[in-house]
Design a protein around this ligand. Structure first.
Ligand SMILES: Cc1cc2nc3c(=O)[nH]c(=O)nc-3n(C[C@H](O)[C@H](O)[C@H](O)COP(=O)(O)OP(=O)(O)OC[C@H]3O[C@@H](n4cnc5c(N)ncnc54)[C@H](O)[C@@H]3O)c2cc1C
Length: 362
């Protein structure tokens, strides 16, 4: 039996992820030792909703940024390796749009250039799935893409067997005061979500495509326990979130928060208005004093007084990190008791802190 199992493992190692995705269902269906395959099959093709449905306890997942251009995929593995012992159910990969910059030319004039500091998510997600044999969830955004470019990216993801996506409008570009959609692109997260759901029904942008292949995307959307900063009030924001759930979103992933009551109240408001899909809390540690002003400015979240006072009083960076780590451990323990389906950690540059938190919880 072991020989058979290692044969299959070898098969996995030798295939690229698209090949794996193509052959795996066949192997599972026809391979005689189905029980030994179950272990492997759990690594692939599971939708976020299936992970949650099949979970016996609170799950853990992580979020990473694509590396800066010029760095290799090994920098992603170096970041994730210390976290893999906690058996994350999946890894999210954020999307970062290009920025307009003015570059000085030899003649002294400036030329406007589009600079993409981090590559897209398709390759990195395929690499993560192939390397760790776990699901990867690319973030897909409206900003910077025409609907046709989005369709092509979704087709690539589908071909690679990447069935989970987090659908977002995206942040404004660095040179924009507020979000500007691309010409021929989507304006709102729900428009992009509808495109994904249409493809799940075999509907592509080109009318000539009849009986198009149906993708299998499990689409998540963002939720804001403290309201999205552009929404006039929480009630309107929640109504818009309900529209996304009604349009086919299968789960919600929240913006970071530091006061669990905000998440608990948010979940209650969602349930009261008939949003029934899982609501995954997004969690981030505070590790330095600068974040006390940066996080509210960028993410429009409140820092509880007890936490901010403790960080202000800290004498060293190490002390700040210790306080932030303990806060996140406490937050995670409470949320686990509350019964959240998953603890999702934004690891951004802080895998060591997240490791300490995960060690205390899992
Ligand atoms: C978990 C998570 C992950 C994220 N990952 C990324 C990432 O990888 N890359 C990135 O660039 N950004 C990311 N973001 C940031 C996100 O793109 C921004 O917060 C963005 O400003 C809003 O995205 P959205 O999908 O919530 O937008 P939308 O759902 O489009 O909402 C944006 C605003 O429009 C309003 N609105 C919604 N529907 C309507 C309507 N029908 N009419 C009028 N107004 C409406 C909403 O109330 C809200 O104020 C992430 C955010 C979260 C919470």
């Amino acid at each position: 039996m072991n020989g058979n199992f290692s044969k299959i493992q070898k098969l996995f190692e030798n295939f690229y992820s698209d090949a794996i995705c193509f052959y795996l269902p066949v192997i599972i269906q026809y391979y005689p030792f189905k029980n030994s395959i179950v272990y492997c099959s759990q690594f692939f093709y599971m939708k976020i909703t299936e992970h949650i449905e099949q979970a016996k306890d609170t799950l853990i997942s992580f979020e990473v940024l694509p590396p800066l251009k010029g760095k290799t995929i090994n920098s992603v593995y170096d970041h994730l390796d210390p976290l893999m012992e906690f058996k994350p159910s999946w890894i999210n990969v954020t999307y970062h749009r290009s920025e307009s910059m003015f570059k000085k030319q030899l003649d002294g004039t400036f030329e406007k250039v589009e600079v993409r500091k981090r590559p897209g998510t398709v390759g990195i997600c395929a690499a993560i799935m192939n390397h760790y044999k776990i699901d990867a969830v690319p973030h897909i955004i409206c900003g910077g893409f025409t609907t046709r470019e989005t369709e092509d990216a979704l087709i690539d993801l589908d071909f690679l067997g990447i069935d989970n996506v987090l659908v977002l409008r995206g942040d404004a570009a660095k040179n924009e005061a507020s979000f500007e959609p691309e010409v021929g692109g989507h304006k709102l997260g729900i428009d992009l979500l509808r495109q994904v759901i249409n493809m799940n029904h075999g509907i592509y942008l080109d009318d000539d495509i009849k009986n198009g292949g149906k993708t299998k995307f499990c689409a998540g959307v963002a939720g804001y326990p403290e309201k999205h900063f552009e929404a006039p009030n929480l009630e309107i924001d929640l109504n818009r979130l309900k529209e996304k759930a009604d349009a086919g979103a299968e789960y919600i992933m929240t913006q970071m928060f530091f006061d669990n009551q905000k998440y608990i109240d948010f979940v209650k408001s969602c349930r009261d208005m008939g949003i029934t899909i899982p609501i995954i809390p997004g969690l981030k540690p505070i590790t330095n004093k600068k974040q006390l002003s940066v996080l509210p400015r960028i993410f429009h979240v409140d820092i509880p007084t007890d936490l901010s006072n403790a960080i202000f009083k800290a004498k060293t960076d190490a002390e700040c990190e210790q306080i932030g780590t303990e806060w996140l451990i406490q937050q995670s323990k409470e949320l686990k008791t509350f019964g959240v389906p998953v603890l999702h950690y934004y690891t951004l540059g802080k895998p060591r802190v997240i490791r300490d938190v995960a060690k205390a919880i899992f």
